[in-house]
Design a binder for this molecule. Sequence first.
Ligand code: GLU
Length: 321
Amino acid sequence: MTSRYVGRLAPSPTGALHLGNVRTFMVAWLRARSRGGKLLFRMEDLDHPRDKPGAAAAAVDDLRWLGFDWDEECTQSERRPLYAAAIRSLRGQGRVYPCACSRKDVENAQSAPHAGEQLFYPGTCRGRFATWEDAAAFAGRTPCWRFRTEPGDVVSFTDLFAGPQRMDVAATLGDFPLARDRDGAGYTLAAVVDDAATGVTEVVRGDDLLAATPPQILLYRALGLEPPAFFHVPLVTGMDGRRLAKRHGDTRVASYRAAGVAPERVLGFLARSCGWGDGSPTTLRELLGACDFAAIPHAPFRVSEQLICDIMYAKQSGVKT
Ligand code: GLU
């Protein structure tokens, strides 16, 4: 038989918790609890320039207010020795090297125009520096660790929500970056090390990270670890289809809370966006019996200003999703 389900909530303290984060966490909580599984809480606080003071504690507060619970928690900034050990292991296999290139350098090295954020790295710094310090001295700033891909580094997996995925990582991304930190304390590596160390069996997260998954699966392989299952849910966007931002209106949980809106109201609207119920106030526990994961739409959930007002002013009529 398969082992017990272990899921996780992994917020980054880069800003206030908003409807988009909550919708993904709601699905993650329900996937775990509907199976009698365990849920971990991991604060992903390694993104120093973007992390905001107070955001970690505020996110915990907001999640508790909404009724979320979890069984264990950890903080990535306290786990640096684990990431450093993973770097040592990968170094020992010759699978990582320090890279002095800036983003601009990598952009300039593209042979074809690259859409979006996924740049191809042709391996400019392969074999160039003996040590991290050499790369740092050459660059005059913090270098990054890159994973040395090999022809045939192709990853296929079936995402439990998004379906079959395949990426020839060597041809698509080349030597992808792991962390801009000497100890390897950066998102791509740390998430893999932590999910494996804490026995996570399924990762539920936003589908903005779908393309980050094949490189992460290569890391599992290189570290001799078993990858978890993945369930990537569509993001919440504004009506323009762009990632939620201030210009779309105030979608921060803390604002609803400060305005006296009940947490059940917020959850009711988000549940409705997943195809569960009519938007009536609800709780996570009530949703346990009603969450059919196959009902979640595959398109992004577009939030209108009207919807934001409807949640805020607790009106139920005339709501469009
Ligand atoms: N910390 C990331 C975020 O808040 C999620 C990373 C993950 O789930 O792997 O978007």
